[in-house]
Design a protein around this ligand. Structure first.
Ligand code: FES
Ligand code: FES
Length: 159
């Protein structure tokens, strides 16, 4: 079936199988491998992307379900000036580790800050509850999210 959608600001029209997941469409058809393939059962959050600004686990979404919608992957968060506030805060706080969980976490934090620009620590932890990492205590990830929120608010104030 034919789908048209926008991904990271670019418009695409592709023929896809009806059972192709959004995750595999992004990785295998568009070559956007920043979105990670983890559990494929909706449990780990590694495949999180934004669909019309809302966080979605792309392994449980069919590509044909996002027809005419706007998808943002971790690659699409980067700005013309480089890393966005969330990506930069993950780097500066040492919150980026194995590479599998990190893209989904960055996208989840991005979704949170778009809906709640000044979250509490508890709200950050809640927003990351669907993103699993076996290796950290999440503290650096939470620190990064809170720092990104502050940086973005500051940038908004200055602008
Ligand atoms: S790969 Fe989608 S939630 Fe784990
Ligand atoms: S799963 Fe990525 S650092 Fe633990």
């Amino acid at each position: 079936m034919r789908i048209e959608l926008r991904v990271n600001g670019d418009d695409y029209r592709r023929e896809v199988e009806p059972d192709l997941t959004l995750l595999h469409f992004l990785r295998d058809v568009l070559g956007l491998t920043g979105t990670k393939w983890g559990c494929l059962t909706g449990d780990c959050g590694a495949c999180t992307v934004l669909v019309d600004g809302e966080p979605v686990v792309s392994c449980l979404q069919l590509a044909c379900q996002v027809r005419d919608r706007e998808v943002t992957t971790v690659e699409g968060l980067e700005t013309a000036d480089g890393l966005d506030e969330v990506q930069a805060a993950f780097v500066s706080n040492g919150a980026a580790q194995c590479g599998f969980c990190t893209p989904g976490m960055i996208v989840a934090v991005e979704a949170l800050l778009r809906s709640n620009p000044s979250p509490t620590e508890a709200q950050v932890r809640e927003s990351l509850s669907g993103n699993l990492c076996r290796c950290t205590g999440y503290n650096k990830i939470v620190d990064a999210a809170l720092q990104a929120a502050r940086a973005r608010l500051l940038a908004t104030d200055i602008a």
